[in-house]
Design a protein. Structure first.
Lengths: 243, 56
Protein backbone atom coordinates (compact mmCIF):
# COMPACT_ATOMS: atom_id res chain seq x y z
CA UNK A 1 0.00 0.00 0.00
CA UNK A 2 1.58 3.35 -1.03
CA UNK A 3 2.05 5.77 1.90
CA UNK A 4 -0.18 8.40 0.24
CA UNK A 5 -3.11 5.91 0.42
CA UNK A 6 -3.02 6.21 4.23
CA UNK A 7 -4.31 9.77 3.82
CA UNK A 8 -7.66 8.17 2.98
CA UNK A 9 -9.50 7.66 6.33
CA UNK A 10 -11.10 4.35 5.25
CA UNK A 11 -7.75 2.84 4.22
CA UNK A 12 -6.18 4.28 7.37
CA UNK A 13 -8.85 2.51 9.48
CA UNK A 14 -8.13 -0.79 7.73
CA UNK A 15 -4.42 -0.45 8.50
CA UNK A 16 -5.06 0.58 12.14
CA UNK A 17 -7.35 -2.44 12.70
CA UNK A 18 -4.59 -4.69 11.37
CA UNK A 19 -1.66 -3.08 13.24
CA UNK A 20 -3.21 -2.23 16.62
CA UNK A 21 -3.27 -5.73 18.23
CA UNK A 22 0.41 -6.30 17.35
CA UNK A 23 1.39 -2.87 18.63
CA UNK A 24 -0.48 -3.51 21.91
CA UNK A 25 1.24 -6.90 22.28
CA UNK A 26 4.70 -5.40 21.64
CA UNK A 27 3.92 -2.67 24.23
CA UNK A 28 2.99 -5.30 26.85
CA UNK A 29 6.15 -7.34 26.20
CA UNK A 30 8.40 -4.27 26.40
CA UNK A 31 6.73 -3.12 29.64
CA UNK A 32 7.22 -6.59 31.17
CA UNK A 33 10.93 -6.56 30.28
CA UNK A 34 11.36 -2.90 31.25
CA UNK A 35 9.67 -3.24 34.66
CA UNK A 36 11.62 -6.42 35.43
CA UNK A 37 14.90 -4.66 34.60
CA UNK A 38 13.84 -1.47 36.42
CA UNK A 39 12.99 -3.31 39.63
CA UNK A 40 16.32 -5.14 39.47
CA UNK A 41 18.35 -1.98 38.82
CA UNK A 42 20.75 -0.94 41.61
CA UNK A 43 20.00 2.01 43.90
CA UNK A 44 21.70 5.32 43.14
CA UNK A 45 24.63 6.11 45.45
CA UNK A 46 23.07 9.46 46.40
CA UNK A 47 19.31 9.09 45.83
CA UNK A 48 18.91 5.47 46.95
CA UNK A 49 15.83 3.60 45.72
CA UNK A 50 14.01 6.83 44.73
CA UNK A 51 15.93 6.62 41.44
CA UNK A 52 13.26 4.06 40.44
CA UNK A 53 10.88 7.00 39.93
CA UNK A 54 13.13 8.05 37.04
CA UNK A 55 11.93 5.04 35.00
CA UNK A 56 8.48 6.68 34.90
CA UNK A 57 9.36 10.37 35.10
CA UNK A 58 11.86 10.63 32.24
CA UNK A 59 9.83 8.68 29.60
CA UNK A 60 6.69 10.64 30.59
CA UNK A 61 8.60 13.92 30.14
CA UNK A 62 9.87 12.86 26.70
CA UNK A 63 6.39 11.79 25.60
CA UNK A 64 4.75 14.96 26.88
CA UNK A 65 7.08 16.88 24.56
CA UNK A 66 6.81 14.36 21.71
CA UNK A 67 3.02 14.62 21.90
CA UNK A 68 3.21 18.36 21.33
CA UNK A 69 5.71 17.78 18.49
CA UNK A 70 3.22 15.42 16.78
CA UNK A 71 0.46 17.98 17.32
CA UNK A 72 2.70 20.67 15.79
CA UNK A 73 3.19 18.61 12.61
CA UNK A 74 -0.55 17.85 12.56
CA UNK A 75 -1.31 21.57 12.99
CA UNK A 76 0.76 22.31 9.87
CA UNK A 77 -1.25 19.65 8.02
CA UNK A 78 -4.49 21.24 9.24
CA UNK A 79 -3.61 24.85 8.46
CA UNK A 80 -1.51 24.45 5.28
CA UNK A 81 -3.00 21.40 3.52
CA UNK A 82 -6.35 21.35 5.38
CA UNK A 83 -6.17 17.58 5.50
CA UNK A 84 -8.87 16.06 7.77
CA UNK A 85 -6.58 13.22 8.91
CA UNK A 86 -4.03 15.76 10.17
CA UNK A 87 -6.71 17.36 12.32
CA UNK A 88 -7.75 13.89 13.56
CA UNK A 89 -4.10 13.16 14.51
CA UNK A 90 -3.75 16.45 16.41
CA UNK A 91 -7.00 16.09 18.29
CA UNK A 92 -6.27 12.45 19.23
CA UNK A 93 -2.75 13.25 20.50
CA UNK A 94 -3.81 16.10 22.83
CA UNK A 95 -5.36 14.13 25.74
CA UNK A 96 -2.60 11.51 25.59
CA UNK A 97 0.17 14.12 25.63
CA UNK A 98 -1.61 15.94 28.48
CA UNK A 99 -1.80 12.70 30.49
CA UNK A 100 1.92 12.00 30.07
CA UNK A 101 2.81 15.59 30.99
CA UNK A 102 0.63 15.20 34.10
CA UNK A 103 2.48 11.97 35.01
CA UNK A 104 5.79 13.81 34.48
CA UNK A 105 4.76 16.66 36.81
CA UNK A 106 3.41 14.45 39.61
CA UNK A 107 6.20 11.85 39.54
CA UNK A 108 8.75 14.68 39.41
CA UNK A 109 7.12 16.23 42.45
CA UNK A 110 7.14 12.88 44.31
CA UNK A 111 10.80 12.44 43.35
CA UNK A 112 11.68 15.98 44.36
CA UNK A 113 10.43 15.76 47.94
CA UNK A 114 12.94 13.10 49.15
CA UNK A 115 15.84 14.31 46.94
CA UNK A 116 15.48 18.14 47.00
CA UNK A 117 13.41 18.46 50.18
CA UNK A 118 10.48 20.09 48.34
CA UNK A 119 7.60 19.04 46.10
CA UNK A 120 7.84 22.12 43.90
CA UNK A 121 10.04 25.09 43.03
CA UNK A 122 9.37 27.73 40.42
CA UNK A 123 12.56 27.00 38.47
CA UNK A 124 12.71 27.23 34.69
CA UNK A 125 12.39 23.49 33.92
CA UNK A 126 9.46 22.81 36.24
CA UNK A 127 7.64 26.00 35.27
CA UNK A 128 8.07 25.45 31.51
CA UNK A 129 6.69 21.88 31.84
CA UNK A 130 3.75 23.26 33.84
CA UNK A 131 3.19 25.77 31.01
CA UNK A 132 3.19 22.83 28.55
CA UNK A 133 0.49 21.11 30.63
CA UNK A 134 -1.61 24.30 30.71
CA UNK A 135 -1.20 24.65 26.93
CA UNK A 136 -2.47 21.07 26.54
CA UNK A 137 -5.54 21.99 28.62
CA UNK A 138 -6.08 25.07 26.44
CA UNK A 139 -5.96 23.03 23.23
CA UNK A 140 -8.33 20.44 24.71
CA UNK A 141 -10.74 23.20 25.70
CA UNK A 142 -10.70 24.54 22.11
CA UNK A 143 -11.31 21.07 20.64
CA UNK A 144 -14.03 20.08 23.08
CA UNK A 145 -15.99 23.30 23.49
CA UNK A 146 -16.04 24.84 19.99
CA UNK A 147 -19.54 24.83 18.54
CA UNK A 148 -18.15 24.57 15.00
CA UNK A 149 -15.56 21.72 14.98
CA UNK A 150 -13.74 23.25 11.97
CA UNK A 151 -13.18 26.58 13.69
CA UNK A 152 -12.19 24.85 16.91
CA UNK A 153 -9.63 22.75 15.04
CA UNK A 154 -8.06 25.75 13.31
CA UNK A 155 -7.87 27.69 16.58
CA UNK A 156 -6.30 24.66 18.30
CA UNK A 157 -3.80 24.32 15.44
CA UNK A 158 -2.74 27.98 15.79
CA UNK A 159 -2.33 27.60 19.57
CA UNK A 160 -0.33 24.39 19.00
CA UNK A 161 2.12 26.13 16.65
CA UNK A 162 2.52 29.09 19.02
CA UNK A 163 2.97 26.72 21.97
CA UNK A 164 5.71 24.80 20.10
CA UNK A 165 8.04 27.66 21.09
CA UNK A 166 7.91 26.16 24.59
CA UNK A 167 9.58 22.88 23.48
CA UNK A 168 13.15 24.24 23.08
CA UNK A 169 12.60 26.30 26.24
CA UNK A 170 11.87 23.10 28.19
CA UNK A 171 14.83 21.26 26.63
CA UNK A 172 17.42 24.01 27.18
CA UNK A 173 15.98 25.58 30.36
CA UNK A 174 18.50 23.69 32.49
CA UNK A 175 21.36 25.14 30.40
CA UNK A 176 20.06 28.70 30.02
CA UNK A 177 19.05 29.29 33.64
CA UNK A 178 20.19 28.26 37.08
CA UNK A 179 17.77 25.51 38.04
CA UNK A 180 17.28 23.11 40.93
CA UNK A 181 16.45 20.51 38.27
CA UNK A 182 19.57 18.66 37.15
CA UNK A 183 21.03 19.31 33.66
CA UNK A 184 20.58 16.79 30.84
CA UNK A 185 22.23 13.49 31.70
CA UNK A 186 21.10 11.29 28.79
CA UNK A 187 20.84 13.34 25.58
CA UNK A 188 23.95 15.50 25.91
CA UNK A 189 27.29 16.18 24.26
CA UNK A 190 29.85 13.58 25.29
CA UNK A 191 27.32 10.80 25.84
CA UNK A 192 25.11 9.74 28.73
CA UNK A 193 26.26 10.36 32.30
CA UNK A 194 24.18 7.44 33.63
CA UNK A 195 25.66 4.04 34.44
CA UNK A 196 24.54 1.30 31.97
CA UNK A 197 22.94 -0.69 34.84
CA UNK A 198 20.38 2.13 35.17
CA UNK A 199 20.48 3.50 31.61
CA UNK A 200 19.49 0.20 29.94
CA UNK A 201 16.21 -0.29 31.89
CA UNK A 202 15.48 3.41 31.42
CA UNK A 203 15.79 3.11 27.64
CA UNK A 204 13.64 -0.06 27.60
CA UNK A 205 10.97 1.72 29.66
CA UNK A 206 11.18 4.73 27.32
CA UNK A 207 10.64 2.42 24.33
CA UNK A 208 7.67 0.77 26.10
CA UNK A 209 6.10 4.15 26.92
CA UNK A 210 6.65 5.31 23.32
CA UNK A 211 4.91 2.20 21.94
CA UNK A 212 2.09 2.78 24.44
CA UNK A 213 1.76 6.36 23.19
CA UNK A 214 1.49 5.24 19.55
CA UNK A 215 -0.94 2.41 20.42
CA UNK A 216 -3.22 4.85 22.26
CA UNK A 217 -2.80 7.50 19.55
CA UNK A 218 -3.79 5.17 16.71
CA UNK A 219 -6.76 3.88 18.75
CA UNK A 220 -7.85 7.45 19.57
CA UNK A 221 -7.49 8.45 15.88
CA UNK A 222 -9.72 5.51 14.92
CA UNK A 223 -12.32 6.70 17.46
CA UNK A 224 -12.15 10.26 16.13
CA UNK A 225 -12.70 9.10 12.53
CA UNK A 226 -15.76 7.09 13.69
CA UNK A 227 -17.02 10.13 15.66
CA UNK A 228 -16.81 12.28 12.50
CA UNK A 229 -18.71 9.64 10.55
CA UNK A 230 -21.43 9.68 13.22
CA UNK A 231 -21.60 13.49 12.95
CA UNK A 232 -21.79 13.37 9.13
CA UNK A 233 -24.56 10.76 9.25
CA UNK A 234 -26.55 12.78 11.80
CA UNK A 235 -26.25 15.87 9.60
CA UNK A 236 -27.48 13.85 6.60
CA UNK A 237 -30.36 12.54 8.72
CA UNK A 238 -31.27 16.06 9.86
CA UNK A 239 -31.28 17.33 6.25
CA UNK A 240 -33.67 14.57 5.21
CA UNK A 241 -36.33 15.42 7.81
CA UNK A 242 -39.11 17.26 5.93
CA UNK A 243 -39.77 20.82 7.13
CA UNK B 1 13.12 -5.68 47.07
CA UNK B 2 13.88 -3.01 49.66
CA UNK B 3 12.62 0.44 48.66
CA UNK B 4 14.26 2.15 51.63
CA UNK B 5 12.95 5.01 53.76
CA UNK B 6 11.18 6.73 50.85
CA UNK B 7 9.12 3.72 49.74
CA UNK B 8 5.87 5.71 50.02
CA UNK B 9 7.02 8.18 47.35
CA UNK B 10 8.08 5.40 44.98
CA UNK B 11 4.85 3.42 45.44
CA UNK B 12 2.74 6.58 45.03
CA UNK B 13 4.54 7.46 41.77
CA UNK B 14 3.98 3.98 40.30
CA UNK B 15 0.36 3.82 41.53
CA UNK B 16 -0.47 7.20 40.01
CA UNK B 17 1.14 6.27 36.69
CA UNK B 18 -0.80 2.99 36.54
CA UNK B 19 -4.03 4.86 37.36
CA UNK B 20 -3.54 7.51 34.65
CA UNK B 21 -2.59 4.93 32.00
CA UNK B 22 -5.54 2.71 32.98
CA UNK B 23 -7.84 5.73 32.64
CA UNK B 24 -6.42 6.48 29.16
CA UNK B 25 -6.92 2.86 28.05
CA UNK B 26 -10.48 2.82 29.47
CA UNK B 27 -11.27 6.10 27.66
CA UNK B 28 -10.05 4.75 24.32
CA UNK B 29 -11.83 1.37 24.69
CA UNK B 30 -15.16 2.80 25.96
CA UNK B 31 -15.15 5.57 23.34
CA UNK B 32 -14.57 3.02 20.59
CA UNK B 33 -17.47 0.81 21.66
CA UNK B 34 -19.73 3.88 22.04
CA UNK B 35 -18.94 5.17 18.53
CA UNK B 36 -19.39 1.68 17.01
CA UNK B 37 -22.77 1.35 18.77
CA UNK B 38 -24.02 4.75 17.54
CA UNK B 39 -22.81 4.03 13.99
CA UNK B 40 -24.61 0.65 14.09
CA UNK B 41 -27.84 2.31 15.26
CA UNK B 42 -27.69 4.92 12.49
CA UNK B 43 -26.99 2.29 9.81
CA UNK B 44 -29.89 0.18 11.08
CA UNK B 45 -32.16 3.19 10.58
CA UNK B 46 -30.92 3.44 6.99
CA UNK B 47 -28.83 6.59 7.46
CA UNK B 48 -25.79 6.67 5.17
CA UNK B 49 -22.97 9.09 4.52
CA UNK B 50 -22.85 11.07 1.27
CA UNK B 51 -19.74 9.17 0.13
CA UNK B 52 -21.56 5.85 0.62
CA UNK B 53 -24.45 7.04 -1.55
CA UNK B 54 -22.30 8.24 -4.41
CA UNK B 55 -20.35 4.99 -4.25
CA UNK B 56 -23.46 2.81 -4.54
Amino acid sequence: MPVIDLANPTRFLTLVNRVLPWLALATLVLFAIGLYRAMGAPDDYQQGATVKIMFLHVPAAWLGMMGWGIMGLAALGTLVWRHPLADVAGKAAAPIGAAFTFICLITGSLWGRPTWGTYWVWDARLTSVLVLFLLYLGVLALYWTAEDPGRGSRAAAVLTLVGAVNLPIIKFSVDWWNTLHQPSSILRMGGSAIDPSILTPLLIMAAAFTLLFFTLHLAAMRNEILRRRVRAMRLMQAQEVPA
Amino acid sequence: MNLGPHADFIVAAYALTVFVIAALIAWVVLDHSAQRRILGDLEERGVTRRSQRSGS
